[in-house]
Design a protein around this ligand. Structure first.
Ligand code: FAD
Length: 404
């Protein structure tokens, strides 16, 4: 059995960033990363692909190109955590042991939870920006639709990038407005939840766009099944099932923790890796930390959140490794650049409890061209060249305030 000082599970946004942050602080660490995929995706770019702004190739790079050269790579998937033995088992049956574990395997897009969805996707007007290969189909549908019903769904929270379901709608409407066909298209936002956005200040700021595009808000509508042949979607509501015909259907799939996470001793009752929301240390296993979409903290699950979490986990792990206590704290920061029209973004930035945490000295509820520039140019650059390289720009970790 191979042993490593630090084992990182998942080489996505959080896993690569935290490995870099650790190795930047201490170059001699023995770090191994377990990651099955050959491709690393910049998922925040998928929305821009669906909106016809990015080519899909701009959102993917070979995994090897983002890997820290000094880390050991296991091109494999973990199938179980055994934290009482300080071990993980891989899908091929091999085991790895560790002194310190960082779990960052992301979450599960549960396509099969909606009967009919998997079969319907990618044809007959059914698409999703949540899949790299399907985001271009969103744009193809948007360009082709000249009239009829367009439905955009949002499943129950938590999901990654809570704004992405409606970003797809706004960018589609923006294009239809430009083409002069918006008036012939009935747009519905079918949201399982009760509000447009979880932070009231941003929900308020979005309403003028909902009105401008004439979108109907169907709250409490949870996608239940799809009949792809009949182009019909059924939604569960408190008043019973509601059936809607569609010409275009953009689906955000239900999301939950990965099976091997949910079935492990690391999970809380809801299935997420059970961490302290400030230190990101596991609540039961002191040699385990977690970040990104897989863990239990009630922040918005975003790459922007993982960018802030990575240096905090690095600092705290090194402190605990040296016999100390966690020294740095996470305030729940997450960010969601809401692409309300082609050329303007409301840059939602907030922390625990919906507290607004703008990075810039401006009113973040105002749609801005400068924020569009950030989304379209700066943030992808920051991701590939900052976050994934251990350069902690816009992510300096904050010390936990001393008590008393
Ligand atoms: P991921 O980046 O998903 O990485 C998880 C990694 O774990 C993957 O590489 C995966 O292959 C690996 N893995 C999976 N299973 C195993 C296993 N069994 N063993 C080992 N490894 C495993 N965020 C923003 O900040 N802004 C946005 O505008 C934004 N928009 C988004 C739009 C869309 C359509 C989507 C899909 C996401 C968006 N996000 C956005 C969210 C953001 O991409 C995620 O929150 C972020 O990638 C989470 O990082 P992570 O490391 O936890 O998970």
């Amino acid at each position: 059995m191979q042993h490593h000082q630090i084992l990182v599970v998942g080489g996505g946004a959080g896993g690569i960033a935290v490995a870099r942050s650790l190795m930047k602080r201490r170059s001699k660490l023995d770090v191994a990363i377990v990651e099955p995929s050959d491709t690393h995706y910049y998922q925040p770019g998928f929305t821009m692909v669906g909106g016809g702004i990015f080519h899909k190739e701009m959102t993917a790079r070979p995994e090897d190109s983002v890997f820290p050269a000094a880390a050991t790579r296991y091109r494999a998937a973990v199938s179980s955590f055994e934290p009482d033995k300080n071990q993980v088992t891989l899908k091929n049956g091999d085991r790895l042991s560790y002194d310190w574990l960082i779990a960052a395997p992301g979450l599960k897009l549960d396509w099969d939870a909606v009967p009919g969805l998997s079969d319907a996707l990618g044809k007959g007007g059914v698409t999703s920006n949540y899949r790299y290969d399907l985001a271009p189909y969103t744009w193809e549908l948007v360009q082709g639709l000249k009239g009829g019903n367009a439905i955009f769904t949002q499943p129950p929270m938590p999901i990654k990038c809570a704004g992405a379901p409606q970003k797809a709608m706004y960018l589609s409407c923006s294009e239809w407005e430009k083409q002069g066909v918006l008036g012939s298209i009935d747009v519905t936002f079918a949201n399982a939840g009760p509000v447009l956005f979880g932070v009231e200040a941003y929900a308020k700021a979005l309403m003028p766009y909902v009105e401008r595009y004439g979108a109907k808000l169907a709250f409490g509508h949870n996608l239940k099944s799809i009949d792809g042949a009949a182009k019909r979607a059924t939604f569960a509501t408190a008043e019973g099932d509601v059936v809607m015909d569609y010409d275009m259907l953009h689906v955000t799939p239900p999301q939950c923790s990965l099976d091997f996470v949910r079935n492990s001793p690391l999970a809380n009752d809801a299935g997420w890796i059970d961490v302290d929301q400030t230190t990101l240390q596991h609540n039961k296993y002191a040699n385990v930390f977690s970040l990104g979409d897989a863990m239990s903290a009630p922040n918005a699950k975003t790459a922007a959140a993982a960018r802030k979490q990575a240096p905090i986990v690095a600092e705290n792990l090194l402190s605990v490794m040296g016999g100390g206590q966690p020294t740095h704290g996470y305030d729940g920061y997450g960010s969601c650049p809401l692409t309300v029209e082609n050329g303007k973004v409301i840059l939602a930035e907030f922390g625990y409890g919906g507290k607004l945490l703008p990075s810039f000295p401006w009113d973040s509820t105002v749609p801005r061209k400068a924020a569009w520039f950030l989304k379209a140019r700066f943030l992808p650059w920051l991701y590939w060249n900052g976050m994934l390289k251990g350069r902690e720009w816009l992510a300096g970790p904050k010390r936990i305030a001393a008590k008393g």
